[in-house]
Design a protein around this ligand. Structure first.
Ligand code: IPE
Ligand code: IPE
Ligand code: MG
Length: 240
């Protein structure tokens, strides 16, 4: 594949799905899939940064994932500290800045502290933004924004700009909206991820399960993205 012909999206958002099925296929417990998935996060973060992605958003835990068995939820809540304990030096070396989307106030103390430390330790990095969607749900996020705006606007109407900035993706400006949304594992739905921001995103689905997803697969997704014509409701030379 000719890397020089590839259009690299500014904001890539990934629904990292298929960890459980990856493990099941190997007769391993679901958490083994999450553990391997964490290694994929490390590889894909560095690959995306090397390719020149500006914002990489990773859907790590949804507002609906609390409904999983307590033992799995508890393992998932332990992953951020496992991940950051070993990986923050690499993030700093690669100039990657960590931010979080979603409601961190509901996370267990040690998870919240691990996330807060990673945010602080990388706060002066100026390269790619790595945004973890953690206890994130698009509907909850929109509801929070609406309530915030009701409180601060005293009955005045709100602009798209203000609504965008009030969502948790406001911190990603000017790259609030993903250019490309990737979902692994073969499911073709958004599962409450960036519903508002993905209004004009290109969607890419692959059967590959997240623990098996490689830098080469990311390049393959970018290659596919490069062939898309984004029209945003208008017309382009090809469709004239
Ligand atoms: C994605 O993998 C990780 C999280 C949702 C936290 P899953 O755990 O959903 O894996 P499958 O979909 O059951 O295979
Ligand atoms: C979406 O995956 C959430 C994350 C990847 C964190 P799910 O596995 O929770 O989604 P559904 O239940 O298949 O829609
Ligand atoms: Mg899943």
């Amino acid at each position: 594949m000719e890397l020089s012909n590839i259009k690299v999206p500014n904001h890539v958002a990934i629904i990292m799905d298929g960890n459980g099925r990856w493990a099941k296929k190997r007769f391993l417990p679901r958490i083994a899939g999450h553990k391997e998935g964490m290694n994929t996060v490390k590889k894909i973060t560095i690959a995306a940064s090397d390719l020149g992605v500006k914002v990489l958003t990773l859907y790590a835990f949804s507002t609906e994932n609390w409904s999983r068995p307590q033992s799995e939820v508890s393992y998932l809540m332990g992953l951020p500290s496992k991940f950051f304990d070993t990986f923050v030096p690499d993030l700093i070396k690669n100039n990657v800045k960590v931010v979080v989307l979603g409601d961190v106030s509901q996370l267990p103390d040690n998870t919240r502290i691990a996330v807060r430390n990673a945010i602080n330790d990388t706060s002066s990095c100026t390269g790619m933004i790595l945004a973890f969607a953690l206890n994130y749900g698009a509907r909850q996020d929109i509801l929070n924004a609406v309530n915030y705006l009701i409180e601060h606007h005293q009955g005045e109407s709100v602009s798209f700009q203000e609504l965008s900035q009030s969502l948790s993706t406001g911190i990603l400006a000017p790259y609030n909206d993903p250019d490309l949304v990737i979902r692994t594992s073969g499911e073709q739905r958004l599962s409450n991820f960036l519903s508002y921001e993905s209004a004009y995103s290109e969607l890419y689905f692959t059967d590959t399960k997240w623990p098996d997803f490689t830098a080469q697969d990311l390049i393959e997704a970018f290659n596919d993205y490069s062939s898309r014509q984004r029209r945003f409701g208008g017309i382009t030379e090809e469709t004239e």
